[in-house]
Design a binder for this molecule. Structure first.
Ligand code: ASP
Ligand code: MG
Length: 454
């Protein structure tokens, strides 16, 4: 099986974690003797990106010394890890490299501080330091342990537009480079180690894909190289059927569809952002979430079609602290244009709504950010009666099976007997059922649903 293996920040957090990465990759190679060698993509060490962003903020307010100090702390952290990772000439080379890169960027940061401005372009050059450093360190560690690894500069592979801090890939150009820079190395018997999250414009200016972008890099490279699986190694076992703090019986979801993963992510399941793996799913390449601390666990696999068999539903997600707003048309009943007028008010105050239900004379919506709700309500009152109810929650039960088996809806509603439901909706995708109820009823409702449907 040909794979891309992406290791997130917690999986490369220190020397011990990096050594775990090496043993996981070795194991992957040993278990698949006939496969091509894997391509390894790494994030910055955990918290490093946050610190680099903080450095940029300090430079932006003119605090040159503060910014330089953070850079120095970061360099020290990396050097400390390097020392417990490699020795001898390899350590001397790695130390020199990291020191040189950080010194150059510290000088740049001091210049930004003098101007009191960090442009998006400068910001990208700064935050790219995290992935550049971690990938160099992991590559050195592989080599020191006798794995034929080679560091590949991701900026020579991932070609992007110039939308700094949220750059988008040029897939055609990137795929040409991925075959030349990554695929060719693999063919030559080397394991390419490269950075996630970062790329460069066609003229070579460093860019970044946006927070959490390493998953995106892995999916892009995987799509280009047509691998059989993209592995996202993180610090949890995979997606769970429910939040284990609410439902003690929550279990691992072995397999789910991309669409299910998207619905769950929207309602707060935070393992990965499904949109970042779209390039892989579009090419029908499965993405597997794995735990680098417990590599023996099979994890969760996300595929285009999802699973066959297993429990009735795939997972439950929930979002607490939402407000329900009921809007009743006073004059015109549901005269045409009412909904447009109503949603225009939400739009004007940049307040997004999650769940919407309508009846002949009234509309109920949920809002999770109440910041401008007072304005929304007073404007709605120009043409409707409005009431609102805070401290509500949304529970979303997700499963492709809901499309095929209409009885599931009844089972879910029955499981919630006696719990007051404010709104119930089934989306057009028929992939989820959404319940809006009181925050206080969430634990009871989640546990009942879980017991009845998993
Ligand atoms: N290091 C980047 C971040 O923290 C990218 C990533 O980890 O995926 O957002
Ligand atoms: Mg991450």
């Amino acid at each position: 099986m040909n794979v891309i293996m992406k290791f997130g920040g917690t999986s490369v957090a220190d020397a011990e974690a990096m050594n775990r990465v090496i043993s996981i990759v070795r194991h992957q190679i040993a278990a698949n003797p006939n496969a091509r060698l894997p391509v390894v993509v790494v994030s910055a060490m955990s918290k490093v990106t946050d610190r680099l962003i903080e450095t940029g903020r300090l430079a932006g307010i003119g605090d040159a010394d503060g910014a330089a100090r953070t850079m120095n702390d970061l360099l020290e952290r990396h050097l400390g890890v390097a020392r417990s990772l490699v020795g001898g000439d390899a350590l001397a080379a790695l130390t020199a490299r990291l020191t040189e890169d950080f010194s150059a960027e510290t000088a740049a940061v001091r210049k930004h501080a003098a101007k009191g401005e960090v442009t998006p372009r400068a910001h990208d050059a700064l935050v790219a330091m995290g992935e550049l450093a971690s990938s160099r360190m992991v590559a050195a560690a592989f080599a020191a342990q006798g794995v034929p690894a080679v560091w590949v500069d991701a900026r020579r592979v991932l070609v992007t537009d110039a939308e700094h801090t949220a750059a988008g890939p040029d897939m055609d150009a990137t795929c040409v480079r991925a075959r030349a820079e990554l695929g060719a190395r693999v063919a030559a018997g080397q394991v390419p180690i490269t950075a996630g999250f970062i790329g460069a414009t066609s003229s070579g200016v460093t860019t970044t894909l946006g927070r959490g972008g390493s998953d995106y890099s892995a999916a892009i490279f995987g799509a280009c190289l047509d691998v059989d699986e993209i592995q996202i190694w993180t610090d949890v076992d995979g997606m769970l059927t429910a939040d284990p703090r609410v439902v003690a019986e929550a279990r691992l979801v072995p397999q789910l569809s991309f669409a299910e993963a998207s619905e769950l992510a929207y309602f707060g399941a935070k393992v990965l952002h499904p949109s970042t793996i779209l390039p892989a799913v579009a090419k029908n390449i499965p993405v597997r979430i794995l735990n680098s601390r417990r590599p023996e666990v099979a994890g969760t696999i996300i595929t285009a079609e999802g699973r066959t068999g297993g429990p009735a539903l795939t997972a439950l997600a929930c979002k607490r602290g939402v407000t329900v707003v009921d809007i009743t048309s006073t004059r015109m009943l549901m005269a045409h244009g009412f909904l447009r007028r109503l949603f225009e008010v939400f739009e004007r105050f940049k307040t997004s709504v999650d769940v919407v239900t309508t009846s002949e004379v009234s509309v109920s919506v949920t809002v999770d950010n109440p910041r401008r709700l007072d304005d929304v309500v007073s404007n709605l009152r120009n043409f409707a009666e409005v009431s609102r109810e805070p401290d509500m929650a949304i529970i979303c039960a997700v499963g492709e099976n809901l499309r095929a088996d209409p009885a599931l809806f009844a089972r879910a509603v029955t499981a919630l007997a006696n719990i007051p439901l404010r709104l119930v909706s089934q989306a057009a995708s028929r992939r989820n059922i959404t319940f809006v109820l009181r925050n206080a009823d969430v634990p009871e409702a989640m546990n009942r649903l879980h017991a009845a449907l998993f």
